[in-house]
Design a protein. Structure first.
Length: 394
């Protein structure tokens, strides 16, 4: 059995980054940039006002100005401002030549007949957004490998990008196996369970920006599982749940081997998620994930997600924080454990309460927690008040 760090290195070292395509801006959300984004021009393109008010040349509190013109947003004032003169300006209006600052409309008294009196002290450059203040022409504003979020979409629009180059989304084929597993819509017989794994894994795959190909559900039958693996070979990655442990009817490894798969590892020192298989069939990565839903989720997060992100030209490295443990824990040595927990900020620090039922069959433990406590291989006994590492899952 190998440790999780070695397993992850083996998974990532063989990763192939997919090629890229150009998509229109609205379709770029959640995709990974395959190009650096360089600002083609200054933003703002000129010095503009950040307030509705008056652009002035010079003045002190109590000073009287004459209004000599008006600039609406997007307009340019063609005249010049002399000493003692001001131009009415709207937010976004280009600052007239010679103006040095803007006085907010709330800070003047309108004396009538185009005369205003200024009530405040003001300094050079007040309420002026300088040309190129947000992005200067030629500046790199987004890096290749960045996952595009809504704010970035807005920034790209600001810079005039109608299209953008992004990495292809990996297509992920998912197969559920198990004689006892039943599709939704079918009546449940004694001892049977519905296929939860497909839904949770398909959701996780989509959250990684990938496409899902469903291979459906298959019995614990060597020949039939082989048939489904062959059907999944047009995908970029294949995941199979169930049938990957040491049971008499666990056929996933044998099915892979009979299809000439190169098995890289089978079993990783993590809990949940120990019986996990990773290999390749004709270059396509293939994962056999445990049938227990929590094990499948943790195995996915630890080993599949990093690969899917790398195939899209980016990385998955969740931030790890420290919290104070609020319940005693005991664990086995040499295994890295992932404890579902509710972690909150209380009294100046994070405090974490492990979910009561840590069985890998209890999917509710994932639903009713917001974090994973990460217990390293060498730890065995943990007491209330001990500091522990954790990461948020939501
Ligand atoms: P296995 O990995 O095949 O030994 O399955 C381990 C446990 O996970 C068993 O209790 C199965 O019933 C359960 N299981 C297997 N596949 C699924 C699935 N698709 N959805 C929910 N539970 C499953
Ligand atoms: Mg099974």
């Amino acid at each position: 059995m190998i440790n999780l760090d070695d397993a992850l290195n083996m998974v990532l070292s063989s990763a192939k980054i997919l090629s890229s395509e150009t998509v229109s801006l609205p379709l770029a959300l959640g995709r990974v940039l395959a190009q650096d984004v360089i600002s083609p021009f200054d933003v703002p393109s000129r010095d503009v006002s950040s307030m509705d008010g008056f652009a002035c040349r010079a003045g002190q509190a109590g000073k009287i100005f004459k209004i000599v013109g008006e600039v609406q947003a997007g307009e340019i004032f063609s005249g010049k401002i002399n000493e003692g003169e001001a131009v009415r300006i709207m937010t976004g209006g280009v600052i007239p030549n010679g103006a040095e600052y803007v006085i907010k409309v709330e800070e003047i008294i309108d004396k009538g007949a185009d005369i205003i009196e200024i009530l405040c002290e003001s300094g050079l450059g007040d309420y002026i957004r300088k040309q190129g203040e947000e992005t200067a022409k030629g500046e790199r504003v987004l890096r290749k490998g960045t996952t595009i979020n809504p704010e970035m979409l807005g920034l790209l629009a600001r810079l005039g990008f109608e299209k953008i180059e992004v990495y292809f989304r990996p297509k992920v084929a998912i197969l559920s196996t198990g004689n006892e597993v039943v599709n939704l819509g079918q009546p449940l017989g004694a001892g049977q369970i519905y296929d939860a794994n497909f839904y949770v894994l398909a959701g996780l795959v989509k959250e990684c920006g990938c496409e899902v190909q469903s291979l459906g559900l298959e019995k614990d039958d060597l020949g039939r599982i082989k048939g489904k693996i062959k059907a999944g070979q047009s995908a970029d990655l294949l995941m199979i749940t169930g049938g990957v442990s040491a049971g008499k009817y666990d056929f996933v490894r044998q099915a892979c081997e009979e299809l000439s798969a190169d098995i890289v590892f089978h079993k990783v020192a993590q809990r949940p998620g120990m019986p996990i298989l990773f290999g390749r069939i004709n270059q396509m990565p293939i994962f056999g994930l445990p049938g227990n839903p929590v094990s499948a989720v943790i195995a996915f997060e630890n080993l599949v997600k990093p690969l899917l992100m790398k195939m899209q030209g980016t990385e998955f490295c969740p931030q790890v924080f420290e919290a104070i443990l609020e319940k005693d824990l005991v664990k086995e040595k040499k295994i890295r454990c992932f404890i579902r927990a509710m972690t909150e900020w209380k009294d100046g620090g994070f405090r974490t309460v492990p979910y009561e039922k840590q069985s890998s069959g209890v999917l509710r433990s994932c639903v009713e927690s917001n974090s994973l406590i990460i217990l390293s291989e060498e730890l065995t006994v943990l007491k209330v008040g001990d500091p522990v590492k954790f990461r948020f899952t939501k």
